[in-house]
Design a protein around this ligand. Structure first.
Ligand SMILES: *Cc1c(COP(=O)(O)O)cnc(C)c1O
Length: 394
């Protein structure tokens, strides 16, 4: 292998690039997870993470990928046979539904076209029909990472309220948390599921459940078999900053710094930066003459863009070419979108130049692969960012 020069561009929609300050914190010596220094760290991160979910209620941190936090949400609040209403926004919603079925929950999947977000009116209609209140939870994905579509969670909340239905609301924010505005308390969400490796700019390995008092009550009655994921064990130990089993000490050191970085920038500025990158990316894609997977402009994702290639061209070959020639990793099409769609991640730690560089690599890859496109997409993105940029910190 010859030496790879320059920096790798990790532009998949998670895991994302980890800032050096976070890497440095993770690289510090591992500490005693039952000692006083850890207790202080635990109390701090358990308090600070609430600001990211916009909640005053407890947030549980698991040493697990996001999928583990999904399982934790389901097995804590639900019992085998419980009905769960879900919305088919794409691949991740489908995985969540499959998991729920494996956990012996009775799932209803509102069908979708993988190009749009949750239709809250359908949720309202299903709940209004459920006079016996057999549906125990509505479980949805905020930002569908397979399609680049962001759903309106406040609208889902209103739909549940209008139907006067007591179902819990469970939301996957794994690819939106710390990239797209999200409000656990204000939107009345009962369990919010998050992960470390996307907007939080950490490596994979931590995941979260933000939980409401109603969810905690439901968990006291939940009959699913659970041990490792049990909230009460966690909350009891968390009260003093500790965990019932060995936590990811070094990732928690990184989490403390990642939260500091987010607040140093300001959450609103973080969200604006993601929106600006997404708009610049779409301008390039549209200039090239391609469609984005998301049909509805109001639902365009700020954290990633899924791009549809013209029929007859392989998105996987394009991605492989861009990786080999430009050292840029792009996301693949998932499930039925395999090879026809590729995904550009613009979330986590990036700036305008990372966006422009990524788009340049894509233009170069299309040229090499002989994919017909209108050149000038990078210019369109640069022109937009130049007119809408925030100044760099001095
Ligand atoms: C990445 C992602 C997941 C999967 O998380 P893992 O950490 O891979 O388990 C689930 N849902 C969404 C929306 C995601 O983006």
């Amino acid at each position: 292998m010859s030496r790879q020069t320059g920096r790798h561009f990790l532009q998949i929609p998670g895991p994302t690039n980890t800032p050096l300050a976070v890497l440095a914190a993770i690289a510090k010596p591992t500490i005693d997870h039952r000692g006083p220094e850890f207790g202080r760290l635990g109390l701090q991160v358990l308090a600070d993470i609430r600001t990211i979910f916009k909640t005053r209620q407890p947030v549980i941190i698991y040493p697990a990928s996001g999928t583990g936090a999904w399982e934790a949400a389901l097995v804590n609040v639900l019992s085998p046979g419980d009905q769960v209403l879900m919305a088919e926004t794409g691949w991740f919603a489908t995985l969540w539904k499959t998991m729920a079925a494996r956990l012996q929950l009775d799932t209803t999947f509102i069908e979708g076209d993988w190009r749009s977000g949750i239709d809250a009116s359908q949720i309202e209609a299903r709940l209004a029909d459920d006079k016996q209140h057999r549906i125990k939870a509505v479980a949805v994905v905020h930002n569908e990472t397979s399609t680049g579509v962001t759903s309106d969670i406040a609208a889902v909340r209103r739909a549940i309220d209008r139907a006067r239905h007591p179902a819990l609301l469970l939301v996957d924010t794994i690819s939106s948390l710390a990239s797209i505005d999200y409000r656990h308390d204000e939107w009345g969400v009962d369990v919010t599921v998050g992960g470390s490796q996307k907007g939080l700019m950490l490596p994979p390995g931590l995941s979260f459940n933000a939980i409401s008092e109603k969810a905690r009550q439901a968990a006291r009655n939940g009959k699913s078999v659970r041990s490792y994921w049990d909230w009460e064990d966690m909350l009891a130990a968390n009260a003093k900053g500790y965990f019932p089993y060995t936590p990811s000490t070094n990732l928690l050191q990184g989490l403390k710094v990642a939260i500091e970085l987010l607040h140093e920038e300001g959450l609103d500025a973080v969200f604006d930066r993601h929106k600006r990158a997404a708009e610049a990316t779409r301008r390039a894609v549209q200039h090239w003459g391609f469609e984005v997977q998301c049909r509805n402009p109001a639902e365009y994702s700020p954290s990633l863009t899924a791009v549809r290639l013209p029929a007859g061209y392989s998105a996987d070959r394009l991605r492989a070419t861009i990786l080999a020639r430009c050292d840029i990793s792009l996301g693949n099409g998932l499930g039925p979108l395999a090879d026809t769609v590729f995904r550009i991640g613009h979330l986590g730690d990036f700036n305008d130049v990372s966006v422009a560089g990524t788009l340049s690599g894509i233009e170069m890859g299309m040229r090499i692969c002989g994919i017909p496109y209108r050149s000038g997409g990078v210019d369109a993105a640069v022109e937009y960012m130049a007119g809408n940029g925030a100044p760099l910190a001095a």
